[in-house]
Design a protein around this ligand. Structure first.
Ligand code: ZN
Ligand code: ZN
Length: 276
């Protein structure tokens, strides 16, 4: 049995649950419990307690990339003696900035308290390549960017002056094997959602993708990119789509229209179960 609980997301749709710009999933798979991303840190513990998610009992924590909205909750997680293994790419610790066309530069990297928590951590697995966390539970490591039509750039910079583009080399996804196909969990898919799925397929002998859940970063995707992304999702055999977080409203609306009955909202409190 695979069970995914949405603990942090930009939306919440039930009483006593809180939303913030960020993402965190609690994943239970064949007896293992994994936290994938941690949100900004403002609502993780609150939502976890309302949803009966025992964060203290995580067997592993994996981070999709170093942005604050995925790593800010990390600092609050290690107040106990037995710490779970932490999977992340070394570049997740790098300083990084955003410089949107209509606003000032701001720091959007991992907050200092979370960096300190990583530095104190005793069991880190640096995912410079694909890693199996538990049997059937994987993190991709860096994702080759080959699709050609996915603009994986953005207003992201490695320096505060905004001169050196930040290509988010730490971006990785998480995937789980089930008897129905592969379940892919995205942070922000900065490497491109199609690039990510191509890579997961290459790592899984081209097995079909059953469920795709998480941030798809299609906020500024043009029509050609959307068309080709939809084509690819069909080609990969995706049965269920749960676009979240940074997917963007126009892209979510298009996916909802193109995959009738297959799209599921992904607010805080949503639980997905896949029987095996
Ligand atoms: Zn991001
Ligand atoms: Zn994000």
């Amino acid at each position: 049995m695979l069970r995914i609980t949405v603990v942090v997301e930009n939306t919440a749709s039930a009483r006593d649950l809180l939303a913030e710009h960020g993402l965190a999933f609690w994943i239970e798979h064949r007896g293992h419990r994994i936290l994938f991303d941690t949100g900004q840190g403002g609502v993780l513990a609150h939502n976890a307690s309302r949803l009966n998610v025992p964060l203290d009992a995580a067997d592993a924590i994996a981070l999709s990339h170093g942005h604050y909205d995925h790593t800010g909750g990390l600092a609050t997680l290690f107040e106990k003696e037995a710490v779970p293994a932490l999977f992340l790419h070394p570049a997740a610790l790098a300083p990084r900035y955003s410089r949107p066309p209509d606003g000032p530069t701001r720091a959007i990297g991992m907050p200092p308290a979370s960096i300190e928590a990583v530095r104190q951590h005793t069991t880190i697995v640096w995912t410079e390549s694909h890693a199996e966390i538990f049997p059937g539970v994987h993190v991709t490591g860096p994702i080759p960017r080959r699709s050609g039509f996915e603009d994986t750039g953005g207003p992201f910079f490695a320096d505060a002056a905004g001169r050196e583009p930040d290509l988010l080399p730490d971006d990785q996804a998480f995937y789980l094997e089930t008897s129905h196909g592969t379940v892919v969990v995205l942070g922000c898919a900065h490497a491109g959602v199609v690039n990510t799925l191509h890579y997961v397929r290459a790592l899984t002998e081209n097995r079909p993708i059953h469920t795709l859940i998480g941030g798809m970063h299609l906020v500024s995707a043009n029509e050609e990119r959307m068309d080709r992304t939809i084509q690819a999702l069909r080609h990969f055999g995706v049965q269920r789509l749960m676009p979240a977080h940074c997917t963007g409203f126009p892209a979510m609306a298009r996916l909802w229209h193109e995959f009738p009955g297959a799209c599921v909202p992904c607010a805080v409190g949503t639980v997905v179960e896949i029987e095996e």
